[in-house]
Design a protein around this ligand. Structure first.
Ligand SMILES: [Fe+2]
Length: 207
């Protein structure tokens, strides 16, 4: 009888970690939420950008690059996210020398009911991620796509019972207070928000 083995290589990681305890640190969560709502009412450049782009809700992505200076809770969250990102970079085996990852962009997302965010990558950075601030019932999942998908012109579809690490798409339904980290080249999409209220998150790029 011939020996046979199959191993998996070229794995793609998505790292999930609790950053803020939503019960024990409710004050911090409330400050972050209040910050998002304040920005969504006062950031005129961001509001105008969202209108021009057909973004349903509000994001500070194109208008503000100083959230930690504006709101102390954002500075505290940034510190925790950078620490978690560097630990994840070590776990991935990145040879970084004395370089430590730092935020090069950090922005809020208030996604209205009925809104989504189509597939994209985050260029010019190493790790990206999102922290989840409010996910009302029915709030959309984030969907990650197998990075080999463009090569699969002749591949058969997969059975529905394949293991998660074989799937072409992974839907993550995160929890409030958690962050997800992934390598910035990994394509992802936020599905349509089916909740009656906005879905609140804070996204970031590190390099
Ligand atoms: Fe994204």
């Amino acid at each position: 009888m011939a020996n046979a083995s199959t191993k998996t290589y070229f794995a793609t990681s998505i790292h999930e970690i609790g950053i803020v305890d939503p019960v024990k640190e409710a004050d911090l969560m409330d400050e972050l939420k209040a910050g998002v709502f304040m920005l969504s009412e006062e950031d005129e450049a961001g509001i105008a950008w969202c209108e021009s782009q057909g973004y349903l809700g509000y994001t500070s992505y194109a208008s503000l690059n100083d959230l930690p200076m504006r709101i102390p809770a954002f500075a505290e969250l940034e510190k925790r996210l950078v620490k978690a990102a560097n630990a994840h970079a070590r776990a991935l085996g990145f040879e970084m020398g004395s370089h430590k990852l730092s935020m090069d962009s950090y922005w809020v997302n208030l996604l209205d009911p009925g809104a989504g965010h189509s597939g994209h990558i985050h260029p010019n950075s190493i790790l990206s991620g999102t922290f989840y601030l409010d996910l009302p019932e029915g709030a959309s999942a984030i969907r990650f796509e197998d990075p080999r998908l463009p090569f699969m012109m002749n591949s058969p579809p997969l059975r529905s019972d394949v293991a998660d690490d074989e799937k072409r798409f992974i839907y993550f339904q995160p929890e409030i207070g958690q962050a997800l980290f992934w390598e910035s080249w990994l394509r992802h999409e936020v599905m349509v928000n089916m909740a009656d209220d906005p879905r609140l998150s804070i996204s970031f790029n590190l390099s």
